[in-house]
Design a binder for this molecule. Structure first.
Ligand SMILES: *Cc1c(COP(=O)(O)O)cnc(C)c1O
Length: 438
């Protein structure tokens, strides 16, 4: 084992060979690995490859890099914090980055949300939310209330609690079914503009039936507001979400909203739940929280829920990650939020929406395309058949764009700072690859 500071490998091919043989990528096989694209640096809305080629980023690194890459304000925040303190345990200690972030989040989110729990990733923030809901009832002696109600086509993360409320088919349930808490699934909300589904049934009927039937054993409802992300990039109506809130109020069941993907402007409002004019009892935030710089998530709840969990000083909330409230992550989150609020993000997101709507529309002419839809800075082309990734991914790179289709979906969700011409390059690439399928 050579222990020198020189480069480990002499060629790009050698780096990539080692990657293929030893490094797992998301949802990948070590024996039949997919090809990977080597990134040297990233700047603005562009990713630069080892060989100097540049790709327009159409993914924001999975909803996270809303300001793009190598952002001076974010670099400065993190550099400054490194010189102060990079990390200290949060047990018994505290610091300005975490307190400042809590204040920002409390001021930006719905008024009832007053307590913040920081964790390291979206999935963990969902575990924390579920645990809050369970402890809320357990502290009142209602130990039968341990199940969650959710809707199909949802995605809430890859840890066990999060998997248990993700779609039973696409959420890997079948493989782990013996290990997952059995939760309750209502029909998915009807996608907006979907002509193929039965429009005579009220889509919230199934949800209403289940919440009433199981009200004695339910701790909480969990749902992604307005947009179901990784479960199918489905957009649904604010009226559905309003009814979910009303039914939770009526039955006294807590409502957890998972804004990990939708938070921080992606759907056109700062938080998607604003479009339904409701507030959750528990809110999960992640992804764009640090502008894609560091891994960080937050779970917010109300004073009422927190007081119940504490049982008037008798109990404690049972969670405490090692890297809780990491100062580097909190400092860059503070800078991201300040940068977002100082920017014309609403105009940017709505300009992206108009451009995506206009430029993706021609895809509908293809016999391979089932639906084209946009919401905020998200554009989706849904096909009838799953895409062939081994051929499609290199073709997209050849066209100068970074897009990562999955299943039957090719979708674009660029950093908000994308230029109109760069966005056109993304939409043109989608039209090209769809055209090549005919
Ligand atoms: C990505 C995502 C998660 C999981 O977050 P991780 O940081 O990947 O653990 C949970 N919920 C939603 C809606 C997401 O999009």
């Amino acid at each position: 084992m050579p222990r020198t500071k020189s480069e480990l490998f002499s060629s790009t091919a050698d780096w990539l060979r080692y990657d293929k043989e030893h490094v797992w990528h998301p949802y990948s096989s070590m024996s039949a690995p997919q090809s990977t694209v080597p990134i040297l640096r990233a700047d603005g809305f562009e990713l630069e490859l080892f060989d100097g080629r540049k790709l327009v980023d159409g993914m924001s690194s999975w909803w996270a890099a809303i300001h793009g890459y190598n952002v001076p304000e974010l670099n400065a925040a993190i550099n400054e914090q490194v010189g102060q303190v990079s990390h200290v345990m949060f047990g018994g200690l505290t610091h300005k980055p975490a307190i400042g972030l809590a204040k920002r989040l409390i001021e930006l989110t719905a008024e009832p949300l007053q307590q913040v729990f920081f964790s390291d990733s979206g999935s963990v923030s969902v575990e924390v939310a579920i645990k809050m809901a369970l402890q809320f009832w357990f502290a009142q002696g209602k130990t039968a209330r341990r199940r969650l109600l959710t809707v199909r086509c949802g995605y809430h993360g890859d840890t066990f609690g999060a998997m248990s409320v993700s779609d039973p088919v696409s959420g890997m349930h079948s493989m782990f079914s013996g290990n997952l808490s059995p939760q309750i699934f209502a029909e998915a909300p009807r996608p907006l503009g979907d002509s193929e589904s039965d429009s005579s049934a009220n889509p919230v009927d199934d949800f209403e039936r289940l919440i009433r039937q199981h009200s004695d054993e339910l701790a909480a409802v969990i749902i992604e507001p307005m947009v179901q992300g990784a479960g199918g990039m489905r957009f649904y109506d604010a009226a559905y979400l309003k009814q979910v809130r009303a039914l939770c109020d009526e039955t006294g069941i807590l409502l957890i909203l998972d804004e990990i993907a939708t938070g921080f402007g992606r759907t056109g409002t700062l938080f998607a739940y604003e479009q339904a004019d409701i507030a959750p009892d528990i809110l999960c935030l992640g992804k764009a929280l640090t502008g894609g710089y560091m891994t960080l998530a937050a779970t917010l709840t109300t004073r009422h829920v927190a007081r119940m969990i504490d049982g008037e000083g008798q109990g404690v909330f049972m969670h405490g990650p090692t890297f809780m409230g990491n100062p580097l992550a909190c400092s860059v989150a503070n800078a991201t939020i300040d940068l977002l609020l100082a920017s014309p993000w609403q105009q940017r997101v709505s300009a992206i929406e108009s451009q995506l709507t206009k430029e993706l529309a021609p895809c509908l002419q293809s016999s391979k395309v089932r639906d084209v839809r946009t919401k905020g800075a998200i554009g989706v082309v849904e096909l009838f058949e799953p895409v062939d990734m081994p051929s499609l991914q290199p073709r997209l790179v050849e066209l100068g764009v970074w897009l990562r289709p999955f299943g039957r979906l090719i979708y674009i969700m660029p950093p908000y700072i994308v230029s109109p011409s760069a966005l056109s390059k993304l939409t043109a690439a989608v039209i090209t690859v769809v055209g090549e399928m005919d």
